[in-house]
Each structure stands twice: as structure tokens, then as C-alpha cells.
Design a protein. Structure first.
Length: 182
């Protein structure tokens, strides 16, 4: 609504330039033929980067997750964007997602680990489990990102599931010191 009101206040030339820019973006942005990330070329910058670890694939729900993980500067492997999660309530099944292409990549590339980095929701967990069942007979390690209390959070405000998973997935104190470079 605000955008519409703003555009109504602009001169016609400004609105036409915006319209042309949106049309050009729609024509030039594609999905990477390997990982389904967005790109202005057939293969995205991440998949084209020879310095990336091609033996590890991080599976994410959408492009925003790629951006979030890349912003950490902690992951140097490849990605696979599913384009959503399994959600029967929304009419989204496994065939609506890029799961078959993930299985194909794992079967034909030199992948040694698949990291499941989907949101910790019922739909995300369902999708993780479905993918696990598809890949479990391969000689690939299947892992998930850690779940737990965020740095700076207070335990009394954490929900029971998050706190419970933090307890179940605890790590040794010495390992946490090493991971945090203390």
C-alpha cells in the first residue's frame, strides 16, 4: 500500500524507470542450474568458485537462507536450495521441491556430507526426515545444524523445545572453548 501511494506521488518518468528496472531484473535473474540459487548466469558465483569445498552440500529452504549463512563467513561448501519445505497443509509435497535434484547431485558428485539447514519447524523436520530417507543408503554423512539457546539469550525466556534440544545436544566444555577460540 505504501509503495502504491509513493508511486502515485512520483512523476511518470520515474515510475517508468522503476518498471523497466523490474522487468530487466525479471528477465536477467535465473536459478542456478546446479544449486537453484539465484544468479544472472546459468551457474551462480558460489557454484563457479573453485575455492569452495565441493564435498559438502548445505541444504536450505530458500535463497534468504543462503544469504544468512554466507553472511557468517563460516561455511565454505556448496548449497542446495529446495525452494520450500514439505507442507501438506499448504499443498506442498516432495515433488514440488528440488529434492530429486539433490539426490541426483549426491549420487553423481563427490559429496561426502549433506548438512540439513532447514528451519526447526514441523515442516522443516518433516523435510529433513524425507531427505534423510532418500539419502540414507548412500555413503554420505547426513548432519543437521545445531539447535539450542542463542548466545546472549536467557534460559528463562527460552521455549521448552529449544531448551530441551540444547540439553540433549550438549557438547563438552573443552570442545566449546576450542570452537569459540578461547
Amino acid at each position: 500500500m505504501r509503495l502504491a501511494l509513493h508511486l502515485l506521488q512520483q512523476d511518470e518518468e520515474t515510475v517508468e524507470r522503476l518498471t523497466d528496472a523490474i522487468n530487466a531484473m525479471k528477465r536477467s535473474v535465473k536459478y542456478c542450474s546446479i544449486c537453484n540459487n539465484i544468479s544472472d548466469r546459468q551457474v551462480c558465483d558460489i557454484c563457479s568458485d573453485n575455492k569452495r569445498d565441493r564435498s559438502t552440500i548445505c541444504v536450505v529452504q530458500d535463497i534468504r537462507d543462503v544469504i544468512a549463512i554466507e553472511n557468517t563467513s563460516q561455511y565454505k561448501g556448496m548449497y542446495h536450495v529446495l525452494g520450500g519445505v514439505i507442507s501438506p497443509m499448504d499443498g506442498v509435497g516432495p515433488s514440488d521441491l528440488e529434492i530429486a535434484s539433490l539426490v541426483e547431485r549426491v549420487n553423481h558428485d563427490t559429496v561426502t556430507e549433506v548438512i540439513m539447514a532447514l528451519n526447526p519447524t514441523v515442516e522443516g523436520d518433516t523435510t529433513n526426515f524425507f531427505i534423510y530417507k532418500q539419502l540414507k543408503n548412500n555413503s554420505v554423512i547426513i548432519s543437521t545444524i545445531a539447535r539450542g539457546v542463542a548466545v546472549g539469550d536467557e534460559l528463562e525466556y527460552a521455549d521448552e523445545i529449544t531448551l530441551g534440544r540444547s540439553i540433549l545436544n550438549r557438547v563438552s566444555y573443552e570442545n566449546s572453548l576450542k570452537q569459540n577460540h578461547i
